[in-house]
Each structure stands twice: as structure tokens, then as C-alpha cells.
Design a protein around this ligand. Structure first.
Ligand code: SF4
Ligand code: SF4
Length: 263
């Protein structure tokens, strides 16, 4: 009971400093942790009302990470994950007491630091002070947030991700904390580069060139038959070494598998 009482007092101190406690879960994976504890310990949020620490960095207009330090409780988790998991050391803590603030080298914007925009600080922040700016674009959509487990399509590592959607719209990505290949980590592409999925310019059907060389919409059987015919005629004419492919660890596993079968 003593420890529980101390916990409650500490929570009351940090809660009294924050602009708000309830935040949109789109802010990040751990963004509901603080509000859950406030509820669990029945915290009086105004007991220590007074001076506040943290100052939201409004000038950092990067497209990915909102640095809303009014909500920061100086837990240091973002600094540790950046240094110990990402190995980037892009952020640190400056000042002490009410002047404590998460900052970058020379107190600048993230794009001028060594930040790779991997998003791990966002996903570990327990208050939503660091928030996923892209996901928050969908804050006003009325549908419930749904999570669907999937695999990042970008390279051969195969990081597990949770696709965040509202209705039919993909609104964000969160790393799967239990993903065997990534254990909660992602790179900037897996974390933030998902707009292509539902982009209006994305091809949804294969294109095949007609006799005049113009691309025409087609079906998969026709397109694959045409590609196979092309490869076959090259092999017939010039031998099997006339066809080659370039594979790499940066290619998705599925593509690498097809290439080793094909070549
Ligand atoms: S996005 Fe990644 S690299 Fe940038 S500050 Fe956060 S943890 Fe560090
Ligand atoms: S993880 Fe969030 S609450 Fe903790 S120090 Fe970083 S910005 Fe502040």
C-alpha cells in the first residue's frame, strides 16, 4: 500500500503539469499508458497545479513527428530508445526541474539532427507528447480504429507491422512489438511511407502494350503470358544467360524467392 500511495503521489505531480491527459490513440502505440495509470490510481489531476515544464516545439514542421512537449513527463524513454535501440543519439534532455526539455543537438529541428525518422520515440512515448503526425490526419474520421497484423513490403527483413485503419482507409502504421524480425522497431519507410497503398495514381490492374506500343489495361493472365512469351523468345534466340536479374537484401523476400526460382 505504501508503494501504491507513492505511485499515486508521483502521478499526481506529473499529471498536474500536463495540458491534457486523454489523447488520441492515433498519436502512438504507447500513448494511452499515462492516461490508463491516471485512471487506475484514481489520480487527482489538480492537486499540485502550478508551474509547468516542457514547451511544445511548434517550429519543427517535419511531416512525421509532432513534438508536443506540453504533454511530456520527462520519462526519458524517447532518449533511451533513440540511443539504445536505434543507435542514433538524435535527442537528449536539457535543463533540470521545470526547465527539463527533450531536445536535439543545438536545440534545432529534427531534420537538422541525426534523426532517421524511424518513429521509435513516437511509439514508446507514454503520453503522446511525441505523436504520429500522419496518423493524426485521420483524427476527425468517425470510424473506429482497427489494427490488422501484416508484414512491411519494403525489404527482405520482414518487419511485422500493425496497419491502423479507420473504415476502408489506411491511416497509419505501428510496429508490432512482438514481431520476430523487428521487435517493435521500424525504419522510416515502414513507419511512415504508406501513402502509396491507396494513392489514386497507383496501378490496380496490369498494363500491356498493344501493337502500337501503347499501354492498355489488361488482366493478370494476359500480362503474365505476355511477359513469359517475351522471356521465352529471348532465351530461344540468345540462350539462357541472356536473361538475368538483380536481387538484394533490400528486395522483398517474395521477390527474392521468385527470382531464385526464375534464374
Ligand atoms: S525518430 Fe528515431 S532517430 Fe529520430 S529521434 Fe525518434 S528514435 Fe531517434
Ligand atoms: S517519451 Fe514522451 S513523455 Fe517521455 S521524455 Fe520523451 S517526449 Fe517526454
Amino acid at each position: 500500500p505504501d508503494i501504491e500511495r507513492h505511485r499515486k503521489t508521483l502521478l499526481e505531480m506529473v499529471a498536474s503539469e500536463n495540458r491534457e491527459i486523454e489523447v488520441n490513440p492515433l498519436r502512438g502505440y504507447a500513448s494511452q499508458e499515462f492516461s490508463s495509470l491516471i485512471e487506475k490510481y484514481d489520480v487527482n489531476q489538480t492537486r499540485f497545479l502550478g508551474e509547468r515544464s516542457g514547451c511544445t516545439f511548434e517550429d519543427d514542421d517535419n511531416p512525421f513527428i509532432l513534438r508536443d512537449y506540453d504533454l511530456c513527463i520527462s520519462c526519458n524513454r524517447c532518449v533511451r530508445v533513440c540511443a539504445e535501440r536505434e543507435g542514433d543519439y538524435a535527442i537528449t534532455i536539457k535543463g533540470r526541474g521545470f526547465d527539463t526539455q527533450v531536445t536535439t543537438e543545438f536545440d534545432g529541428v529534427l531534420k537538422d539532427s541525426s534523426c532517421t525518422f524511424c518513429g521509435q520515440c513516437v511509439q514508446t512515448c507514454p503520453t503522446g507528447a511525441l505523436a504520429d503526425r500522419k496518423a493524426l490526419r485521420a483524427a476527425d474520421l468517425p470510424e473506429e480504429i482497427e489494427k490488422t497484423r501484416s508484414i512491411c513490403p519494403y525489404c527482405g527483413v520482414g518487419c511485422s507491422v500493425d496497419l491502423i485503419s479507420k473504415g476502408d482507409k489506411l491511416v497509419g502504421i505501428q510496429p508490432a512489438m512482438d514481431g520476430p524480425a523487428n521487435k517493435g522497431a521500424l525504419c522510416v519507410k515502414g513507419q511512415f511511407a504508406f501513402d502509396f497503398v491507396q494513392h489514386r495514381d497507383r496501378l490496380t490492374r496490369p498494363l500491356v502494350r498493344d501493337r502500337d506500343g501503347l499501354l492498355k489495361e489488361s488482366d493478370w493472365d494476359t500480362a503474365l503470358d505476355r511477359a513469359a512469351e517475351g522471356f521465352r523468345s529471348i532465351v530461344d534466340e540468345h540462350g539462357r544467360h541472356a536473361v538475368y536479374a538483380v536481387a538484394s537484401g533490400r528486395t522483398p523476400s517474395e521477390a527474392n524467392y521468385v527470382i531464385q526460382k526464375f534464374i
